[in-house]
Design a protein around this ligand. Structure first.
Ligand code: GUN
Length: 284
């Protein structure tokens, strides 16, 4: 069984980005700037945002974090986003999710200028993705495709199932697999006979948000399993949606948690920010 080592693949990608960022700085004088907005005090989000900031610095890019209070209204957040849309220094904008319930994610997806959409989550970016037009796309599914390609896992013509239909992972994951010519099934909490579907799939991307839920009965010895889940176990350890200990050795390849998809998400965010910065510079 092959362990799909996302940490290794992300280091490889970050090394390439470092060189590209150096070239960018030589040509344009300043590094790309990512602006991250965090609303409220969610502990996990604070850790993610800090990791994104550190990763930017490691490849030579700049990132600034805008911390806003949980009492912020939707209108105020949109005003802040709009300032960043208009700020010529800013190349990429990311609003860390989840945001407090008083703010709709739809409003966020609508208000970020797609030319600065580092997450690839605006409605415009989503339209480009489903139209098969090149743009920047959501970081987690982009990372999954890069891991599969790094390990030369065939996608074209393969049966791929995505469990989960979120705007930021499940749906774009399905679109990206489709753009790679896989035959794609999107499964979700209402799907009947899920085990039958996943067992008959060559690639299964699990983004269901259910800790340790998917055991060996969901897969075959030929399955390539990509686990997008990441959950605290209470004992300070992390686990995915897939019960790794049970599935271990019973599938052909699997991403571990931690060290699988997670590191790729951040690397793809850096790549998106650099790609957006280059596009804007070339247009101006
Ligand atoms: N929260 C968890 N994952 C993500 C992500 O990829 N982007 C944003 N903006 N928020 C998240």
């Amino acid at each position: 069984m092959l362990i799909l080592d996302g940490k290794k693949v992300s280091e490889h990608l970050k090394n390439q980005l470092k060189t590209r960022v150096e070239d960018f700085k030589k040509q344009y004088g300043t590094p790309p700037l990512l602006k991250v907005i965090i609303v409220g005090q969610d502990k996990a989000s604070q850790v993610y945002v800090k990791n994104k900031h550190l990763a930017c610095e490691k490849v030579g890019m700049k990132s600034e974090i805008l911390e806003l209070p949980a009492s912020l209204t939707e209108e105020q957040l949109i005003q802040e986003i709009d300032k960043l849309n208009k700020d010529p220094r800013v190349d990429g904008i990311l609003v860390q999710l989840p945001v407090p319930k008083t703010i709709s994610t739809e409003a966020i997806f609508k208000s970020i200028n797609s030319e600065k959409d580092a997450d690839g989550i605006t409605f415009f970016s989503t339209g480009l993705l489903w139209s098969g037009v090149d743009h920047v796309f959501p970081c987690t599914p982009s990372g999954v495709i890069k891991i599969l390609k790094y390990y030369n896992i065939p996608i074209k013509g393969q049966r791929a199932t995505v469990i989960g239909r979120s705007q930021i992972v499940g749906k774009p994951m399905a679109a990206m697999l489709l753009n790679e010519n896989a035959t794609v099934t999107i499964a979700h909490s209402g799907t009947a006979d899920l085990q039958e579907i996943t067992k008959g799939s060559d690639i299964v991307v699990v983004a269901a948000g259910k800790p340790n839920f998917f055991g060996a009965e969901y897969f075959s010895e030929k399955s390539v399993v990509v686990d997008v889940g990441i959950h605290g176990t209470g004992s300070g350890k992390l686990c995915g949606d897939v019960n790794f200990a049970e599935v271990n050795g019973k599938v052909s390849a699997i991403t571990p948690v931690p060290g699988g998809v997670g590191p790729m998400t951040i690397a793809c965010l850096l790549e998106n920010t650099l790609d957006l910065a280059l596009k804007r510079k070339r247009q101006s």
